[in-house]
Design a protein around this ligand. Sequence first.
Ligand SMILES: NC(=O)c1ccc[n+]([C@@H]2O[C@H](COP(=O)([O-])OP(=O)(O)OC[C@H]3O[C@@H](n4cnc5c(N)ncnc54)[C@H](OP(=O)(O)O)[C@@H]3O)[C@@H](O)[C@H]2O)c1
Length: 161
Amino acid sequence: MFCSILACGQNGEIGLNGELPWEGQYPEDREFYEGQTELALRIGTRGAIAHFSPNRPCCLISANVQKPRDCIYVYDWKKLSVEQIFADIEDRVEFQKKIIVGGVKWYHATASFVDRIYLTRIGKSFNSDRKVDLSIILADRKKISSRPARHNSELIFETWE
Ligand SMILES: NC(=O)c1ccc[n+]([C@@H]2O[C@H](COP(=O)([O-])OP(=O)(O)OC[C@H]3O[C@@H](n4cnc5c(N)ncnc54)[C@H](OP(=O)(O)O)[C@@H]3O)[C@@H](O)[C@H]2O)c1
């Protein structure tokens, strides 16, 4: 199964200066992200995968195919289609759950190919230099669950398929 996971402010804000616009402010969202990605293969761009670690398997999406240590594989988004990248990952890795972790263009490019989207909506606006377009990411999907965070009513955890 291929999924996406993202958190955004009420205008689609996801990033600021290479970090989250709300960096450190929402531990419950961090916990949710860690839980969803713990036993999964993360697939993301250089700006989205902050740390490479042997304990956190990932594939990188980049036209610069130099492979960082502890990254399983690098896919050149200029040469390969999303379908080709997903098919190769299916062949190569045994993880049942594969999860798209950004950045913006990779979320948009994969939006219609993933089986499920985990979206944390934060009911505030933020200063940001990166925004997603949720009308692209959620196009033709149904919300299958929605729950507020336990300790912060600003956060809603949604699942879309
Ligand atoms: N809130 C969240 O859920 C969340 C999630 C992830 C990231 N973030 C934040 O967002 C920011 C990073 O996001 P970003 O969008 O700036 O990431 P980024 O990694 O800087 O994305 C830009 C890169 O994406 C690659 N790219 C360009 N066009 C592409 C395409 N059509 N398909 C696939 N890849 C393409 C290129 O990589 P190459 O140049 O290497 O070829 C480009 O340099 C950071 O602030 C981070 O903290 C937030």
